[in-house]
Design a protein around this ligand. Structure first.
Ligand code: ADP
Ligand code: MG
Length: 350
């Protein structure tokens, strides 16, 4: 069922900043919902409204299951929170930090010790139980923060860019562990990030936000394969954009035309000026007789599992194409390219 529902929620701050336009959003029990968007788009404000740290403008309502919690304080809502900065109690041990929420809930000592031990084991920090948190690394602190937030069995776990401060390798590792943990425990979670890869990896559904509004809600596959707006396409990694003229379902590109009636998204290729968005896999290097056009190599980066080639001479902007890492591609060389119609997303150009 629905764990959390926000209805007609908008947020205007005291200084007049319109952080969020009115929106509806519901989160299913046990689901991990990711809020994804650039800095300043209102992600943290939504999280703080769910926590009870901010209240929606008049007319908005927040329900936890059947309960109207719109005016409830954070203490009444029983939410768990994890932030980018650890916000642990520095003068307490790891175990004391994790036990804190259970003490507040007046859980008896025996059960408390048991649950703290379970949480520490689950987060692989049981050997750190008696350490003070100021003696821990960033990754260890974030494990403690997660254990502390989950131990009191919150109705919803709210995570605001919890991995942003960690180095890349640790970020991927912890994200995998968090993913497994949320599913194992069936926790309802809302996870805020500006990192599209993290959003894809963690979300059952992703809410893409732009300037205080929801641009699209969908599964990672839906967001990736069928972005509804150019903003979503661009933000979730379609780095290439070509402006083309469409006539009878075919894109006219210089001397050649390409059948784009099979483009990925639902927007039919309507005649007129259009924008084609695609990722590095929407274009291929190919033999001359298969080519839609030729282009000049501007940059080459070896990425291990692939060779990433930037080519110019197709439309106005340079585009990126990935190819076999063992192929030899030289700067300034002329290459032959073809578009992969199934991997294109089309929008009418304004
Ligand atoms: P995000 O988390 O996506 O980066 P925020 O929710 O923090 O975005 O902020 C959304 C907008 O609201 C931003 O323009 C921000 O400057 C503004 N904002 C956030 N908190 C306040 C506040 N307390 N007073 C005024 N403006 C605020
Ligand atoms: Mg934020």
């Amino acid at each position: 069922g629905t764990a959390i529902a926000l209805t007609n929620c908008a947020k205007t701050f005291a200084d007049g900043t319109r952080a969020l336009m009115p929106f509806d959003l519901s989160i299913t029990a046990g689901e991990t919902l990711v809020l994804l968007g650039p800095s300043g788009c209102g992600k943290t404000t939504i999280l703080r409204m769910i926590a009870g740290l901010e209240f929606p403008d008049a007319g908005g309502a927040i329900h936890f299951g059947e309960d109207d919690v719109t005016r409830h304080s954070i203490e009444q809502r029983r939410v768990g929170m994890v932030f980018q900065s650890y916000a642990l109690f520095p003068n307490m041990t790891v175990a004391e930090n994790v036990a804190y929420g259970l003490k507040v809930q007046k859980v008896g000592k025996a059960e408390r010790d048991q649950r703290v031990r379970e949480m520490l084991e689950m987060m692989h920090i049981d050997m750190l139980a008696d350490r003070r948190v100021d003696q821990l690394s960033g990754g260890q602190r974030q494990r403690v923060a997660l254990a502390r937030a989950i131990a009191p069995r919150p109705r919803v776990l709210l995570l605001d860019e919890p991995l942003t401060a960690l180095d890349a390798k640790l970020r991927v590792r912890l994200r995998t562990e968090i993913n497994a943990l949320l599913r194992k425990l069936g926790i309802t979670a809302i996870y805020v990030t500006h990192d599209q890869e993290e959003a894809m990896a963690l979300g059952d559904r992703i809410v893409v936000m732009q300037k205080g509004e929801i641009a699209q809600i969908g599964t990672p596959q839906e967001i990736y394969r069928a972005p509804k707006t150019p903003f979503v396409a661009d933000f979730v990694g379609a780095s290439n954009c070509l402006k083309v003229d469409i006539e009878n379902g075919r894109a006219l590109l210089g001397r050649v035309d390409v059948d784009v009636s099979r483009a990925w998204n639902a927007n039919p290729a309507t005649d007129g000026l259009s924008e084609i968005y695609f990722r590095a896999d929407g274009l291929m290097l190919c033999a001359p007789h298969d080519a839609h056009f030729t282009a000049t190599v501007e940059a080459v980066s070896y990425l291990g599992e692939k060779l990433r080639v930037t080519v110019a001479g197709i439309g106005n902007d340079a585009v990126i194409v990935d190819t076999d890492p063992d192929s030899v591609v030289r700067l300034g060389e002329t290459v032959h390219c073809r578009l992969v119609p199934e991997k294109l997303t089309m929008f009418a150009a304004n």
